[in-house]
Design a protein around this ligand. Structure first.
Ligand SMILES: Nc1ncnc2c1ncn2[C@@H]1O[C@H](COP(=O)(O)OP(=O)(O)OP(=O)(O)O)[C@@H](O)[C@H]1O
Ligand SMILES: [Mg+2]
Length: 544
């Protein structure tokens, strides 16, 4: 700030003693400013008492600045640190300097008149105060905008990193670390919610690295029932950001916020429906979580949600690819095995029979002239062997494609298969078949194979007493459901197994159905039986 104009220099002889008086009253002035701030600006009225010391420091710094101005008529700019404005709005900051200046003016007026200054001198002091006010608010506003810009830059930079990170662990870590380092929270925990269970997947504390680790190491989960009435549940199911101040000993899920800290619960919802919850907590006596912060948190949660969703899709794709690889290699070996088996069967049966036919035909030729009756025997032999050979060939072929499908049709084939299954494995089978005849021929074999795999699973895994097979046309789709009353299983456990390449029957069913443009659904609970439903769309609406 520049030197003051010469005409406003205040050089009256009583000046220094008046300033001394003002300096002695500094504590009272500061308290007066504080009281006035709280009375006239709502945000300061809500500040907890412990926060007063910070306000006091700022007020004191401003008063000292003013005193030096009165004393030296010039103060270098940048002398004063105005602190961190992140929690306040510019309007509130300017307003508070206005209130402070008004209070200071009252005290100056009083002191000057007590010191016996004439009115003219008081007006000069007023002009100094006026300059003080403009100089301070100007530098504060600049500093405010600089800080805002800086935090906006840091925030954007964080969002970019979140959007581009490819590695899952890194993303989870970034979400909580970013909430601490960039958004300025003391603690952050990210929960993922699956089947109404909240599991912490990343946690950070700005000052205490061990804290985050301990939260994860404890491996606690928190049940989220839509029926329960607590802040966590409401944040997730409503879903909306919930902000609160921690009561003594309050629990948020299984976290204990520090006393007097403020915290927010932010639903993380990729594609609309929440799949996670971000918990953030301020310093113990820290700032409020105000409207602006809530808006930032909401933008933050959106970016985090999108990144998590991308990551999930990416992982899903990876898993699918692994499963497909397994399936393909199994299909390949199955093909090889099948070829070897057919070659063996052809060799063992058809080739042997043909050899015998060739010999018998040779004998018949030899006997034809000298011993016709023997030749007739051999020809009969040829005929018999040829019949056997044909039978063997048919058997091999029907294994390749159940002959009955072509001869009897799918419905009859299923009925016979079910009957045979019931006899062989003593599991009672009931059937209720409709709509089979509407299936296009290309879908018949896949549907039969699906049924075979499902019944094989019932036999191998279910320990069921009965199984019900039902098919029908519904809303233009062909629907086949196989339901057993056996031990059931947890379908969520399937994926890991499929990835390991051990269990592929159900996966193969899904692949077959998807090839036909349909989908598969598994309904099973341990102890409650299993129902597998496949739905295949009928092109051109098969319902008629
Ligand atoms: N009807 C059922 N009742 C109980 N558990 C079942 C049933 N069907 C499937 N399962 C469970 O699901 C798992 C996966 O079945 P899937 O058909 O994919 O593999 P699998 O039968 O074990 O092996 P394969 O690859 O030879 O079919 C089974 O291992 C079993 O635990
Ligand atoms: Mg199976």
């Amino acid at each position: 700030m520049s030197d003051l104009d010469p005409e406003v220099r205040v050089l009256a002889p009583l000046y220094s003693s008046a300033l001394e008086l003002l300096r002695e009253r500094l504590d009272d002035i500061v308290e007066d400013i504080l009281r006035n701030l709280k009375e006239s600006i709502p945000v300061f009225a809500q500040v907890p008492a412990q926060y007063d010391s910070t306000l006091r420091e700022v007020a004191l710094a401003a008063c000292n600045y003013l005193l030096r101005l009165l004393e030296e008529e010039s103060v270098a700019e940048g002398d004063i640190k105005w602190g961190d404005f992140r929690g306040l709005e510019l309007e509130e900051i300017l307003h508070s300097f206005q209130v402070g200046s008004e209070v200071a003016w009252r005290w100056i007026k009083r002191t000057w008149s007590e010191a016996g200054y004439p009115l003219e001198e008081t007006l000069k002091a007023a002009e100094l105060l006026w300059r003080f006010y403009f100089s301070v608010t100007d530098s504060v506003a600049r500093e405010f905008i600089r800080q805002r810009q800086e935090s906006a830059d840091r925030f954007n930079d964080l969002l970019n990193r979140i959007r581009t990170v490819r590695e899952g662990e890194e993303l989870l870590r970034l979400i909580t670390m970013g909430a601490c380092d960039v958004l300025g929270y003391r603690r952050a925990v990210l929960f993922l919610v699956e089947r109404e269970m909240m599991t912490p997947v990343s946690a950070a504390d700005r000052e205490d690295q061990a804290w985050g680790k301990s939260i994860l190491d404890e491996e606690k989960k928190y049940p989220l029932s839509p029926m329960a009435d607590n802040l966590v549940t409401r944040a997730f199911y409503e879903p909306s950001i919930k902000v609160s101040k921690a009561e003594d000993g309050e629990r948020v899920a299984f976290l204990t916020p520090s006393r007097e800290a403020h915290f927010a619960l932010v639903p993380v919802k990729p594609e609309g429906s929440p799949s996670g919850l971000l918990y953030v907590e301020t310093e113990p006596l820290g700032k409020f979580i105000r409207k602006r912060e809530v808006e930032l948190l909401s933008a933050y949660a959106e970016a985090a949600g999108m990144a998590l969703e991308n990551l999930r899709l990416y992982r899903e794709l990876e898993t699918k690819r692994k499963i497909m690889d397994n399936l393909m290699s199994r299909v390949n070996t199955a093909h090889e095995e099948e070829r070897a088996r057919i070659a063996r069967e052809l060799h063992d049966s058809v080739a042997q029979s043909l050899l015998k036919i060739i010999y018998a035909a040779g004998f018949a030729l030899d006997f034809l002239k000298e011993n016709p009756p023997l030749a007739v025997d051999e020809i009969n032999e040829v005929q018999q062997r040829a019949k056997d050979c044909l039978g063997e060939l048919r058997a091999i072929m029907s294994n390749l494609r159940p002959t009955s499908l072509d001869i009897l049709g799918l419905k009859e084939t299923v009925l016979r298969y079910a009957e045979q299954f019931e006899e062989e494995y003593a599991i009672s089978v009931s059937v209720d078949l409709e709509g089979l005849e509407s299936l296009p021929p290309s879908a018949e074999l896949p549907v039969f194979r699906i049924l075979q795999e499902e019944l094989t699973n019932v036999r191998k895994h279910s320990n069921a007493g009965s199984v019900h097979i039902r098919s029908q046309l519904s809303q233009g789709d062909f629907v086949l459901a196989v339901e057993d009353d056996g031990v059931g299983f947890d379908p969520h456990m399937l994926e890991a197994e499929q990835e390991s390449g051990k269990q592929l029957g159900l996966m193969a069913i899904r692949e077959r159905v998807e090839l036909l443009g349909g989908d598969m659904r598994i309904d099973s609970t341990p102890g409650m039986g299993t129902r597998i439903t496949v739905r295949i769309p009928m092109v051109g609406g098969g319902e008629g």
